[in-house]
Design a protein around this ligand. Structure first.
Ligand code: FMN
Length: 374
């Protein structure tokens, strides 16, 4: 049978062999932004997976735009050369047509912290902490470091950093770049009224709050060749009154589409540490569905999607065009092979591993025609 999940898709200038995406996921394993052996094995493993769209983790467009000292960056020649060579290794083992992209990010007021398995708290004295930046001087933690409210030259510099990183990404030869405007980082903090208290033309009205995200998407789009796709990731709700609303997210998605974004990944939350999202399987899919329906832009759904039939139904029912998996791909980078088996698609592991196909079929037998089509 032909599943919706395994059908190809055109996303602006980019063709995807299937609708399975790897969500961007920080690895906290770089050194001054430069990837090492960890990234080689990680990207090669994801490259082999059979997922059509692989999004490299949030990658700081400047040194101080990273979350931690261990985050990946794309602000130096060393960063660029190492990402290029290590991604080239991943491409060599990836099925033909696999698309690789980089999520470009600025961590804003959530920067200058420890890596998660060292607690994730703010860096202290003697830990090379840095001054964070934001639309307004509102700390992430109630008693945490206060970010500097960006002035006009500071905002211009941020846009310039995104452009420079996009140019580096183009030189590396990735298929797409994704502008990170979600999860409480700099661009999202401009979008949300909870963190943007500015009275100038960067704050207050939605038009003003989305000005920076729009400027970045436009500038990135202009900086990369027409053969490269530009997408964006949005937080469609802050899960609390007074935050960004799904209605506003639709308007932002529509504006970013006009600015050159060819897909939107509909995520949510991340603005404040005290807000807990109501996590449940597919809980973010309705945001993607609305954006898809109301703007016509290609949408990527994400969030607790880990069963092949679940992913299949999201695409088959027209709720999203692409399904991104995060934690499920860490748990099982062979997820697409398993999904192919269950959904009755041809199973084609890389040659060296071809003899495992029988095991996968045994572990993940095809569902009956009726079940797979549900
Ligand atoms: C280890 C880890 C790192 C993450 N890093 C990023 C990131 O760099 N950029 C981003 O937009 N989201 C990041 N996320 C969020 C994921 O992309 C994804 O949206 C989230 O995990 C929900 O999807 P899931 O339920 O399939 O894991 C991260 C999630 C995890 C688990």
């Amino acid at each position: 049978m032909t599943s919706a999940l395994f059908s190809p898709l055109t996303v602006g200038p980019m063709s995807l062999p299937n609708r399975i995406a790897v969500a961007p996921m920080c690895q906290y394993s770089a050194s001054d932004g430069t990837p090492g052996d960890w990234h080689t094995q990680h990207w090669m493993s994801l490259g082999m997976s059979g997922a059509g769209m692989i999004t490299v983790e949030a990658t700081g467009v400047e040194r101080h735009g990273r979350i931690t000292h261990r985050c990946l960056g794309l602000y130096s020649d060393d960063n660029e050369a190492a990402i290029a060579s290590r991604l080239a290794a991943a491409r060599r083992v990836a099925p033909k047509g696999t698309r690789f992209g980089i999520q470009l990010a600025h961590a804003g007021r959530k920067a200058s912290v420890h890596i998660p398995w060292h607690g994730g708290g703010p860096l202290g004295p003697g830990e090379d902490a840095w001054q964070t930046v934001a639309p307004s001087a509102i700390p992430y933690w109630p008693d945490g470091p206060v970010p500097l409210a960006l002035d006009e030259p500071g905002i211009d510099r941020v846009i310039g950093h995104f452009v420079a990183a996009a140019e580096r990404a183009a030189r590396i030869g990735v298929d797409f770049v994704e502008v990170h405007a979600a999860h409480g980082y700099l661009l999202h903090s401009f979008l949300s009224p909870l963190t943007n208290h500015r009275a100038d033309h960067w704050g207050c009205s939605l038009e003003n709050r989305m000005r920076l995200a729009r400027a970045v998407v436009r500038a990135v789009h202009a900086a990369v060749p027409a053969t490269m796709a530009v997408g964006a990731r949005l937080s469609c709700t802050d899960w609390v009154d007074g935050g960004i609303t799904p209605d506003e997210a639709v308007a932002v998605a529509s504006a970013l589409k006009a600015d050159g974004a060819v897909y939107i990944c509909a995520s949510a939350g991340g603005l404040r540490p005290d807000i807990r999202p109501p996590e449940a399987p597919s809980y973010l899919v309705p945001f993607a569905e609305r954006i898809r329906r109301e703007t016509g832009v290609v949408t990527r759904a994400v969030g607790l999607i880990d069963e092949p039939q679940q992913a299949e139904a999201i695409v088959a029912d027209g709720k999203a065009d692409i399904v991104a998996l995060g934690r499920a791909m860490l748990a099982d980078p062979r997820w697409p092979w398993r999904a192919a088996s269950i959904l009755g698609e041809e199973l084609r592991p890389i040659g060296q591993y071809a003899r495992c196909a029988g095991v996968i079929r045994k572990w993940a037998p095809p569902a009956s025609e009726g079940e797979a089509a549900a």
